[in-house]
Write a protein of this length. Structure first.
Length: 306
């Protein structure tokens, strides 16, 4: 069955788009409070047997918080992945119009890889392009591809995450990229949940091709916990768990999923998410919940940073 990983998108900065997050976090979201919250969730995850953590340069101070936690706890069995491509520009404010800025360039990659290395060093075994889309300049930038190939050749595994209504196209196209005769990426991280299933066949293709498959946003940025479809509510009542556990159990039921990300913002949310481990669903048990792809992504784009 798939591993769980803790994603730090909701814990490294004071604002994010996950619904149901506001009451899980400290009232005062200054740096010290968010660091303490992040470490508390990391401690809970480790105690629960979670050994994977996923961060990104754009997750505010997530890499910094994670580095401090690793140094203070001395854990040597935690597998860390991070991402480059977005820069965090909100300056720890919640009321700004723009929180992160995307750039897939060789300069951004070079800068952010050095920043990640300075904080996390050898802990990072997997480095991903953040939110790759079909129109990314990465696909036509030979200098960037060669730079990525150099990092791959140094022993760091490379991957990419996807977002938007054209995830399936991105997955297939990115997995075909070759640099100096070798496939560039061997890991993919995509959004799949019972509301948005369109990337499923492409993730099956990725798995069959030997790539590791991470699934993010299994709870649809909290929508499946706050306002789940009736069938999700019914299953939650039957199993005596929250709708979040049902949503993540549906991800775990997909044969191609290797790693399921929890975006928990508190130890309590994490423990509720991990109850999915004890629930076995059929792969298509919630197929009727899926929304039209464009509708799903339009709704996601309308979520406020809070």
């Amino acid at each position: 069955m798939p591993d769980f990983a803790l994603g730090l998108a909701a814990l490294g900065r004071p604002a994010y788009i996950n619904l149901g997050r506001e009451h899980a976090l400290p009232d005062d979201r200054d740096v010290d409070a968010m660091r303490a919250q992040c470490h508390a969730v990391l401690d809970a995850a480790y105690e629960a047997g979670v050994r994977r953590v996923d961060a990104a340069r754009s997750y505010g101070r997530a890499e910094e918080f994670l580095a401090q936690w690793l140094a203070s706890r001395g854990h040597e069995d935690v597998r860390v992945s991070s991402k480059w491509g977005y820069a965090y520009v909100a300056d720890w404010r919640r009321d700004v119009a723009t929180h992160e800025v995307k750039e897939h360039s060789v300069d951004r990659f070079t800068q952010q890889w050095q920043e990640t290395q300075d904080l996390l060093g050898v802990h990072v075994g997997l480095y991903k392009v953040h939110s790759l889309t079909p129109d990314s300049p990465l696909f036509g930038d030979p200098d960037l591809l060669l730079a990525l190939g150099g990092l791959r050749d140094s022993g760091v595994r490379l991957g990419f995450s996807t977002s938007g209504p054209h995830q399936a196209e991105t997955v297939r196209r990115a997995l075909e990229l070759m640099v100096e005769g070798r496939r560039l990426f061997d890991s993919v991280q995509s959004t799949w949940n019972v509301l948005e299933t369109s990337v499923g066949p492409a993730l099956a293709y990725a798995k069959e091709s030997g790539a590791e498959v991470f699934v993010k946003e299994g709870m649809a940025n909290g929508r499946l916990a706050v306002d789940p479809p009736p069938r999700v509510r019914e299953l939650a009542a039957e199993h005596g768990v929250g709708p979040d556990a049902i949503a993540l159990a549906a991800v775990r039921a997909q044969w191609w999923a290797d790693v399921v990300l929890s975006g928990a913002a508190s130890p309590e949310q994490l423990h509720a998410n991990l109850k999915a481990r004890d629930i076995d669903l059929e792969p298509d048990e919630l197929a009727d919940c899926a929304e039209p792809t464009d509708q799903y992504w339009a709704t996601r784009a309308s979520l406020a940073w809070e």
